[in-house]
Design a protein around this ligand. Structure first.
Ligand code: LLP
Length: 413
């Protein structure tokens, strides 16, 4: 089965060679997703701005660059990582939320395009740069969309963006300081599958855009849902591309100018490319249920505990076994860090091929918001990362050592 190896290399071989816990990324999968996205918008002038908060490994960023994919960043540090990977400033968009103005100045100084999401920031931007530096505006369209409440970003109570109802205030500032708004942006949320939601958000932004005569682009954000299990078809990108693309072309016709369309996917490009490999440290046959304890925890993959997210889990050491059992898969952190959530977001058991202590337990969809959300909780080390490309597995991040835990600590007497 496709899950058990990456470009012909068995996961168990990777686990043995590099140790566990280990994040492994499949470069071909990332390229495949880029091409699926491009072909969904094939009659549109599309720029892909990879939302790199999903995965900032430099090797992944370099791959994106080589494939002609630009970057969307949310912090000066992500911006610096983009530059280190070889991006030019003008290939990077800075889309921060609620940051001090110095971060905006930093991004401008590096030549990045800034995306402003607050009236007070817009005013400061106008005072500082007038019409000399172009910018984008992040608009909150008051649209509900996203897999769960924590990842919905465009509804009326969201902290993100300038409310679509504050158009008059925006226009006052733009006119007062002659601010050069070259694009409007919105991002509805993450894990969205329904074409109607994308259409609704796009239409709201297109309607709003009519009063901005100097636009060069529209940025419709990311959020395309990925399949989380072998049975889940995920988003129909072709259909979504058609819906968004048609709405965009219609808008351009009314606007009287051919604009560029930007999209900002994170998960769609990297989620399925990643697998987290762990080792079963204990099988605990409790009178009520059977637990599999692994040498990882919410410190390495927090999505189940944070959102109740479903990750497909399988025993990579036992592909063929007819013997299966129901296991609750749990981490080694001093918290109830369960990995086996069901589709309803409840802690539950998973049917796995029989697990023995020492088996490699693998988690799919670990390429997005896996390593980037990992922490040192319980003072455990961050996992290593491996990129598989041209059927060769390369270590792209070393496992932590004790030095990493104490590097910035000051030993006082
Ligand atoms: N653009 C903006 C402005 C965003 O805030 C995000 C994600 C994206 C694009 C990319 O969204 P994506 O295509 O990856 O869904 N940690 C959560 C997801 C948080 C997303 C934050 N913003 C998770 O693991 O589900």
């Amino acid at each position: 089965m496709a899950y058990y190896s990456i470009q012909g290399i068995p996961l168990t071989t990777l686990a043995k060679q590099f140790g566990t816990p280990l994040y492994v990324y499949n470069a071909d999968k990332i390229r495949e997703k880029i091409s699926v996205l491009r072909s969904a918008f094939d009659d549109i002038s599309l720029s892909i701005k990879y939302a790199c908060k999903a995965n900032t490994n430099i090797s992944v960023l370099k791959l994106m660059l080589a494939e002609g994919v630009d970057l969307d960043v949310v912090s000066p540090q992500e911006l610096e990582l983009g530059l280190l990977a070889g991006y030019r400033g003008d290939q990077i968009t800075f889309t921060p939320s609620g940051v001090e103005f110095a971060e905006i100045e930093f991004a401008v100084s590096k030549g990045a395009i800034v995306n402003l999401d607050n009236l007070s920031v817009l005013e400061k931007f106008g005072q500082q740069y007038g019409s000399s530096v172009p910018c984008l505006l992040r608009i909150k369209p008051h649209v509900f969309g996203g897999g769960n409440a924590k990842i919905m970003t465009a509804h009326p109570e969201s902290k993100f963006g300038i409310s679509i109802h504050q158009k008059a205030e925006i226009l006052d500032l733009v006119n007062q300081y002659q601010i050069k708004v070259i694009g409007l942006h919105q991002h509805t949320g993450s894990d969205i599958k329904d074409g109607k939601t994308f259409e609704q958000a796009a239409s709201a932004l297109f309607e709003f855009a009519k009063d901005f005569p100097d636009l060069e682009l529209m940025d419709l954000g990311g959020g395309f849902k990925v399949p989380y299990s072998p049975e889940d078809p995920g988003v129909n990108m072709q259909e979504i591309g058609q819906i968004m693309g048609n709405a965009f072309l219609k808008f351009c016709a009314h606007y009287g100018k051919e604009l560029k369309l930007w999209v900002e996917p994170g998960k769609f490009l990297v989620s399925e490319a990643g697998t987290l490999l762990t080792t079963a440290t204990v099988v605990k046959r409790d009178p009520i249920k059977t637990f599999v304890g692994i040498n990882s925890g919410l410190n390495h993959l927090i999505r189940p505990m944070m959102y109740g997210s479903y990750h497909y889990i399988f025993n990579a050491s036992n592909e063929e076994d007819a013997q299966q059992d129901a296991y609750r898969v749990v981490g080694n952190i001093c918290e109830t860090d369960t990995f086996s959530f069901d589709f309803e977001g409840n802690q539950n058991e998973r049917i796995l091929n029989e697990v023995k202590e020492g088996d490699v337990i693998a988690f799919a969809n670990a390429g997005a918001y896996g390593f980037t959300m990992a922490s040192h909780y319980n003072s455990r080390f961050l996992p290593a990362e491996v990129l598989v490309d041209h059927s060769e597995a390369k270590l792209v991040r070393k496992r932590d050592t004790l030095e990493d835990l104490v590097r910035n600590q000051i030993f006082c007497d």
